[in-house]
Design a protein around this ligand. Structure first.
Ligand code: BES
Ligand code: MN
Ligand code: ZN
Length: 491
């Protein structure tokens, strides 16, 4: 789908479908909706007066202008009340309108940048949100074709064109990163192997000029990554430790480092999961997918920030040489770990990645991981857990969460949680055994491997959605791409 911004009269634009918006309990339609109303001899006013169109969020009314404007059909989409209006309302409305347009067989769609100027909405943000909602709402697994030929933001005012174009560029880059993440998470584990993830990283490096290291077992051995290698010991698909670097500063700036959990399938290992537990465990690389998605976005937007992506990628499966409960491992920073559960593998591979991050003397490190079932119990599919050892970093991430509605909820890193991991034979255990506060215990474990401003995002509960709603489409959400891209671009 070709996505553009054009300075033209929307009522005369070359498109088969025109999307305009309506606020709930708003004043008489103004702007483009007002112009359309006049062109249609008051048809929109009549729809409102009759109660057929209310402007409720997500409401769609199809109007056939029969030659009064150039488009063959007009979709009037509800934005909800103006006093609570925000970018999320734009994304949701744009997604519903785009899906309806596709259902109706539309090919070329033109739209307003919804709600610019209302409740403090900047034009560029409205444009970005309209594109994000449209692209993400039209998303279909593993299909480049979204079903429309073109989508354009139209505004007659040529002075707005630059801002609209910028919004399109950002929205498009963010949506493409999210689409990449959704596809990767949805791929089955026999497709999205560690090598496959490495190939994707290679593609990003080629496209955007990133630095790339693809570490194999021997490389990880040299790095002393005993925890990562233990998890990978029984893996049939060869593990990869992926290092991807976007560096416009030629090594001068302290980077932002992203770490993504890349367990391509989590069987639990010898502490094997049950039938139910195995379901969805192809999703256990959703953190890695988000990090690759962010790198796509950062590359396309040519971020001025130095960004490093670290992805420990392996499956967690079993053979005769599989690591066992009771084994003692040595992580890259020398910390020894007693394995209590081979199903607490995420924190092991992240431990080595977090230790590896130290060499960059990073400005901040954010890891993103489907780490614990406990975070899903705590927050459900509505927010990811945020753990941070630095308040400024936590607050920057919470701002990005607010802007993107990829919700974060801050969780504690109290020292009592690490007490639960005292070991008689090593520096710490990898699991406390019992479930209490599991997400917090896991985060406390990770903190032991950090020596810089750090945040951990536990996305086990938000990695996928059960039903299509707004710009979320049943299946993987791509959670973290919009959030982290927003954070990086504003850092
Ligand atoms: N990958 C799982 C976490 C998970 C669970 C993600 C459900 C998505 C849905 C992780 O590796 C795991 O198995 N965690 C254990 C930790 C326990 C053994 C301490 C868990 O949450 O039960
Ligand atoms: Mn596990
Ligand atoms: Zn796991």
């Amino acid at each position: 789908m070709d996505v553009t911004a054009v300075a033209e009269n929307p009522l005369a634009v070359a498109a088969d479908t025109l999307v305009v918006n309506l606020f709930e309990r708003g004043p008489a339609p103004s702007g483009l909706t007002g112009a359309l109303d006049r062109a249609l001899g008051g048809a929109v006013t009549e729809l409102i007066a009759s109660g057929d169109a209310t402007g409720r969020s997500g409401e769609l009314t199809v109007v056939y202008p029969r030659g009064a404007v150039s488009a063959a059909r007009v979709l009037v989409v509800g934005l909800g009340p103006a006093n609570t209006f925000d970018a999320e309302a734009v994304r949701r409305a744009a997604a519903s309108a785009a899906r309806r347009a596709r259902e109706l067989g539309a090919r070329r769609v033109a739209s307003a940048a919804h709600g610019a100027g209302i409740n403090g909405m900047a034009l560029g943000d409205a444009a970005q949100a309209t594109i994000e909602g449209t692209r993400l709402g039209l998303y279909r697994y593993h299909q480049a074709d979204e079903g429309l030929e073109s989508f354009s933001l139209v505004d007659e005012d040529t002075e707005k064109l630059e801002v609209l174009r910028d919004g399109v560029r950002w929205g498009d880059a963010v949506a493409e990163g999210t689409r990449l993440a959704r596809d990767l998470v949805q791929h089955p584990a026999n497709v999205a192997t560690p090598e496959y993830l490495a190939d994707v990283a290679q593609g990003l490096a080629n496209d955007h000029g990133f630095g790339l290291t693809l570490g194999d077992r021997a490389w990880a051995e040299r790095e002393g990554m005993g925890a990562f290698l233990a998890v990978a010991r029984a893996a049939g698909h060869e593990p990869r430790f992926i290092v991807l670097e976007h560096d416009p500063s030629d090594g001068k700036d302290a980077p932002l480092v992203l770490v993504g959990k890349g367990i391509t399938f989590d069987s639990g290992g010898l502490s094997i999961k049950g039938r139910q537990g195995l379901e969805g465990m192809k999703h256990d690389m959703a953190g890695a997918a988000a990090v690759l998605g962010v790198m796509r976005t950062v590359g396309r937007l040519r971020s001025p920030r130095r960004v490093v992506a670290l992805i420990p990628a392996t499956e967690n499966v079993i053979d005769a040489f599989a690591y066992r409960p009771s084994d003692v491992l040595r992580a890259a920073n020398g910390t020894t770990i007693e394995v209590i559960s081979t199903d607490a593998e995420g924190r092991l591979v992240l431990a080595d990645a977090l230790a590896y991050a130290s060499r960059y003397e990073p400005r901040a490190v954010v890891d993103i991981a489907t780490l614990t079932g406990a975070i899903d119990v705590a927050l459900g599919p509505h927010a990811a857990g945020l753990f941070a050892n630095d308040d400024a970093l936590a607050s920057a991430l919470l701002t990005a969460a607010q802007r993107t509605t990829e919700r974060l909820w801050r969780m504690p890193l109290w020292p009592q949680y690490i007490d639960a991991l005292d070991s008689q034979v090593a520096d710490l255990k990898n699991s406390a055994g019992k479930a209490a506060g599991g997400a917090c215990v896991a985060a406390a474990f990770l903190e032991r491997f950090t020596a810089y401003p750090w945040a951990h995002l536990d996305i086990a509960g938000v990695r996928a959605t059960e039903s299509t709603d707004g710009y979320q489409v049943k299946g993987p959400t791509g959670f973290g791409v919009r959030l982290l891209a927003d954070w990086i671009m504003r850092a």
